[in-house]
Write a protein that binds this ligand. Structure first.
Ligand SMILES: [Zn+2]
Length: 234
Protein backbone atom coordinates (compact mmCIF):
# COMPACT_ATOMS: atom_id res chain seq x y z
CA UNK A 1 0.00 0.00 0.00
CA UNK A 2 1.19 3.51 -0.75
CA UNK A 3 2.70 5.22 2.24
CA UNK A 4 0.40 8.21 1.94
CA UNK A 5 -2.65 5.96 1.85
CA UNK A 6 -1.39 4.07 4.86
CA UNK A 7 -0.92 7.33 6.75
CA UNK A 8 -4.34 8.58 5.72
CA UNK A 9 -5.94 5.33 6.87
CA UNK A 10 -4.40 5.74 10.30
CA UNK A 11 -5.47 9.37 10.29
CA UNK A 12 -8.98 8.31 9.39
CA UNK A 13 -9.06 5.88 12.31
CA UNK A 14 -8.11 8.76 14.60
CA UNK A 15 -10.81 10.93 13.05
CA UNK A 16 -13.43 8.24 13.47
CA UNK A 17 -12.42 7.71 17.06
CA UNK A 18 -12.51 11.47 17.65
CA UNK A 19 -15.98 11.66 16.09
CA UNK A 20 -17.19 8.85 18.39
CA UNK A 21 -15.73 10.64 21.40
CA UNK A 22 -17.35 13.90 20.30
CA UNK A 23 -20.75 12.20 19.97
CA UNK A 24 -20.42 10.60 23.36
CA UNK A 25 -19.27 13.87 24.94
CA UNK A 26 -22.21 15.72 23.37
CA UNK A 27 -24.58 13.10 24.75
CA UNK A 28 -23.31 13.34 28.32
CA UNK A 29 -25.51 16.34 29.27
CA UNK A 30 -28.58 14.38 28.06
CA UNK A 31 -27.66 11.39 30.16
CA UNK A 32 -27.04 13.65 33.12
CA UNK A 33 -30.40 15.39 32.63
CA UNK A 34 -32.18 12.02 32.36
CA UNK A 35 -30.68 10.86 35.65
CA UNK A 36 -31.64 14.12 37.34
CA UNK A 37 -35.12 14.02 35.88
CA UNK A 38 -35.67 10.61 37.42
CA UNK A 39 -34.79 12.12 40.78
CA UNK A 40 -37.08 15.11 40.41
CA UNK A 41 -39.90 12.70 39.47
CA UNK A 42 -39.38 10.82 42.73
CA UNK A 43 -39.15 14.04 44.71
CA UNK A 44 -42.42 15.24 43.19
CA UNK A 45 -44.13 11.99 44.21
CA UNK A 46 -42.92 12.35 47.79
CA UNK A 47 -44.13 15.97 47.84
CA UNK A 48 -47.55 14.89 46.51
CA UNK A 49 -47.81 12.15 49.14
CA UNK A 50 -46.83 14.65 51.84
CA UNK A 51 -49.50 17.03 50.56
CA UNK A 52 -52.17 14.28 50.66
CA UNK A 53 -51.08 13.31 54.18
CA UNK A 54 -51.43 16.94 55.33
CA UNK A 55 -54.90 17.18 53.78
CA UNK A 56 -55.89 13.97 55.55
CA UNK A 57 -54.64 15.30 58.90
CA UNK A 58 -56.45 18.61 58.35
CA UNK A 59 -59.71 16.75 57.51
CA UNK A 60 -59.43 14.74 60.75
CA UNK A 61 -58.78 17.93 62.73
CA UNK A 62 -61.82 19.57 61.11
CA UNK A 63 -64.06 16.62 62.05
CA UNK A 64 -62.83 16.77 65.65
CA UNK A 65 -63.75 20.45 65.78
CA UNK A 66 -67.22 19.68 64.40
CA UNK A 67 -67.73 16.89 66.94
CA UNK A 68 -66.61 19.15 69.75
CA UNK A 69 -69.05 21.87 68.62
CA UNK A 70 -71.92 19.36 68.52
CA UNK A 71 -71.02 18.10 72.00
CA UNK A 72 -71.09 21.65 73.33
CA UNK A 73 -74.51 22.14 71.72
CA UNK A 74 -75.77 18.93 73.34
CA UNK A 75 -74.46 20.21 76.68
CA UNK A 76 -76.33 23.48 76.20
CA UNK A 77 -79.55 21.67 75.20
CA UNK A 78 -79.22 19.41 78.26
CA UNK A 79 -79.16 22.48 80.51
CA UNK A 80 -82.14 23.98 78.65
CA UNK A 81 -84.19 20.85 79.48
CA UNK A 82 -84.42 22.04 83.08
CA UNK A 83 -85.93 25.34 82.04
CA UNK A 84 -88.65 24.14 79.65
CA UNK A 85 -92.28 24.94 80.44
CA UNK A 86 -94.04 22.00 78.73
CA UNK A 87 -93.65 18.56 77.19
CA UNK A 88 -93.65 19.87 73.61
CA UNK A 89 -90.62 22.00 74.27
CA UNK A 90 -88.97 19.09 76.10
CA UNK A 91 -89.58 16.73 73.16
CA UNK A 92 -88.29 19.33 70.70
CA UNK A 93 -85.03 19.54 72.68
CA UNK A 94 -84.81 15.72 72.81
CA UNK A 95 -85.26 15.51 69.03
CA UNK A 96 -82.61 18.14 68.45
CA UNK A 97 -80.16 16.36 70.77
CA UNK A 98 -80.83 13.01 69.09
CA UNK A 99 -80.11 14.61 65.70
CA UNK A 100 -76.82 15.98 67.05
CA UNK A 101 -75.86 12.55 68.40
CA UNK A 102 -76.58 11.02 64.98
CA UNK A 103 -74.37 13.65 63.38
CA UNK A 104 -71.59 12.87 65.87
CA UNK A 105 -71.81 9.15 65.08
CA UNK A 106 -71.63 9.84 61.36
CA UNK A 107 -68.66 12.15 61.88
CA UNK A 108 -66.91 9.54 64.06
CA UNK A 109 -67.40 6.91 61.35
CA UNK A 110 -65.92 9.30 58.82
CA UNK A 111 -63.04 10.05 61.18
CA UNK A 112 -62.22 6.36 61.48
CA UNK A 113 -62.19 6.08 57.67
CA UNK A 114 -59.88 9.08 57.43
CA UNK A 115 -57.58 7.66 60.11
CA UNK A 116 -57.32 4.37 58.26
CA UNK A 117 -56.62 6.29 55.07
CA UNK A 118 -54.00 8.33 56.95
CA UNK A 119 -52.36 5.13 58.13
CA UNK A 120 -52.17 3.86 54.54
CA UNK A 121 -50.80 7.21 53.41
CA UNK A 122 -48.10 7.15 56.05
CA UNK A 123 -47.07 3.70 54.81
CA UNK A 124 -47.05 4.92 51.22
CA UNK A 125 -45.05 7.95 52.30
CA UNK A 126 -42.43 5.76 54.01
CA UNK A 127 -42.19 3.60 50.91
CA UNK A 128 -41.76 6.64 48.63
CA UNK A 129 -39.14 8.17 50.92
CA UNK A 130 -37.17 4.92 50.94
CA UNK A 131 -37.44 4.76 47.14
CA UNK A 132 -36.26 8.36 46.89
CA UNK A 133 -33.28 7.73 49.17
CA UNK A 134 -32.42 4.72 47.01
CA UNK A 135 -32.80 6.74 43.81
CA UNK A 136 -30.66 9.55 45.24
CA UNK A 137 -27.88 7.08 45.90
CA UNK A 138 -28.20 5.54 42.44
CA UNK A 139 -28.36 8.87 40.64
CA UNK A 140 -25.37 10.22 42.60
CA UNK A 141 -23.43 7.14 41.50
CA UNK A 142 -24.62 7.64 37.91
CA UNK A 143 -23.58 11.29 37.88
CA UNK A 144 -20.26 10.32 39.39
CA UNK A 145 -19.75 7.69 36.69
CA UNK A 146 -20.63 10.25 33.99
CA UNK A 147 -18.08 12.68 35.44
CA UNK A 148 -15.42 9.99 35.40
CA UNK A 149 -16.40 9.04 31.84
CA UNK A 150 -16.08 12.70 30.77
CA UNK A 151 -12.56 12.79 32.20
CA UNK A 152 -11.66 9.58 30.34
CA UNK A 153 -13.10 11.01 27.12
CA UNK A 154 -11.09 14.24 27.51
CA UNK A 155 -7.93 12.25 28.11
CA UNK A 156 -8.58 9.94 25.16
CA UNK A 157 -9.45 12.95 23.02
CA UNK A 158 -6.12 14.64 23.77
CA UNK A 159 -4.26 11.41 23.01
CA UNK A 160 -6.08 10.85 19.72
CA UNK A 161 -5.55 14.47 18.67
CA UNK A 162 -1.83 14.47 19.32
CA UNK A 163 -1.39 11.13 17.56
CA UNK A 164 -3.42 12.43 14.65
CA UNK A 165 -1.30 15.61 14.47
CA UNK A 166 1.88 13.53 14.49
CA UNK A 167 0.57 11.37 11.66
CA UNK A 168 -0.77 14.37 9.70
CA UNK A 169 2.68 15.97 9.69
CA UNK A 170 3.96 13.13 7.51
CA UNK A 171 1.16 13.48 4.93
CA UNK A 172 1.84 15.87 2.02
CA UNK A 173 -0.31 18.99 2.25
CA UNK A 174 -2.17 18.40 -1.01
CA UNK A 175 -3.22 14.92 0.13
CA UNK A 176 -4.13 16.21 3.50
CA UNK A 177 -6.35 18.83 1.86
CA UNK A 178 -7.94 16.22 -0.39
CA UNK A 179 -8.58 13.90 2.53
CA UNK A 180 -10.14 16.72 4.56
CA UNK A 181 -12.32 17.72 1.61
CA UNK A 182 -13.69 14.19 1.08
CA UNK A 183 -14.15 13.70 4.84
CA UNK A 184 -16.05 16.96 5.14
CA UNK A 185 -18.31 15.99 2.25
CA UNK A 186 -19.06 12.39 3.25
CA UNK A 187 -18.61 12.76 7.02
CA UNK A 188 -18.01 9.05 7.62
CA UNK A 189 -14.93 7.88 5.71
CA UNK A 190 -12.67 9.30 3.01
CA UNK A 191 -10.77 6.07 2.37
CA UNK A 192 -12.68 2.84 1.83
CA UNK A 193 -11.80 -0.70 0.81
CA UNK A 194 -13.05 -2.41 -2.32
CA UNK A 195 -15.72 -4.84 -1.19
CA UNK A 196 -17.20 -7.45 -3.55
CA UNK A 197 -16.06 -5.41 -6.52
CA UNK A 198 -17.88 -2.40 -5.19
CA UNK A 199 -16.86 0.80 -3.42
CA UNK A 200 -16.91 0.27 0.36
CA UNK A 201 -18.31 3.77 0.77
CA UNK A 202 -21.13 4.19 -1.74
CA UNK A 203 -21.45 0.47 -2.63
CA UNK A 204 -21.56 1.13 -6.36
CA UNK A 205 -20.08 -1.60 -8.54
CA UNK A 206 -16.62 -0.53 -9.70
CA UNK A 207 -15.26 -0.94 -13.26
CA UNK A 208 -12.69 -3.80 -13.58
CA UNK A 209 -9.96 -1.28 -14.42
CA UNK A 210 -10.53 0.62 -11.18
CA UNK A 211 -10.40 -2.60 -9.21
CA UNK A 212 -7.19 -3.64 -10.95
CA UNK A 213 -5.58 -0.24 -10.34
CA UNK A 214 -6.54 -0.37 -6.70
CA UNK A 215 -5.09 -3.83 -6.35
CA UNK A 216 -1.80 -2.81 -8.02
CA UNK A 217 -1.59 0.10 -5.59
CA UNK A 218 0.87 2.13 -7.59
CA UNK A 219 -1.24 5.25 -7.48
CA UNK A 220 -4.16 6.46 -5.44
CA UNK A 221 -7.44 5.38 -7.04
CA UNK A 222 -10.67 7.25 -6.61
CA UNK A 223 -14.20 5.89 -6.73
CA UNK A 224 -15.79 7.41 -9.82
CA UNK A 225 -19.16 7.59 -8.11
CA UNK A 226 -18.50 9.14 -4.70
CA UNK A 227 -14.93 10.39 -4.94
CA UNK A 228 -13.66 8.43 -1.92
CA UNK A 229 -10.15 7.03 -2.09
CA UNK A 230 -9.97 3.27 -2.59
CA UNK A 231 -7.62 0.68 -1.16
CA UNK A 232 -7.22 -3.03 -1.55
CA UNK A 233 -7.80 -5.04 1.58
CA UNK A 234 -5.47 -8.05 1.40
ZN1 LIG B 1 -17.84 5.22 -3.94
Amino acid sequence: MLKVLEDLLVLQEHDRRLADLRREMDDLPNRKAMAEERLSDQRRRVAEAEEARKKNAAAIKQIEIEIETLREQIGRLTRQQFEVKNNDQYRALQTEMAAHRDSIRALEDREIELMEEGEARRGEMERLKDALAEAEKEVAAQLDALERRAAVIREEWAKQESERAARASSVPAEWMARYERIMKHHRDRAIVPVENQACGGCHMKLPPQTIQDTRRAQAIVTCGFCGRLLYWKA
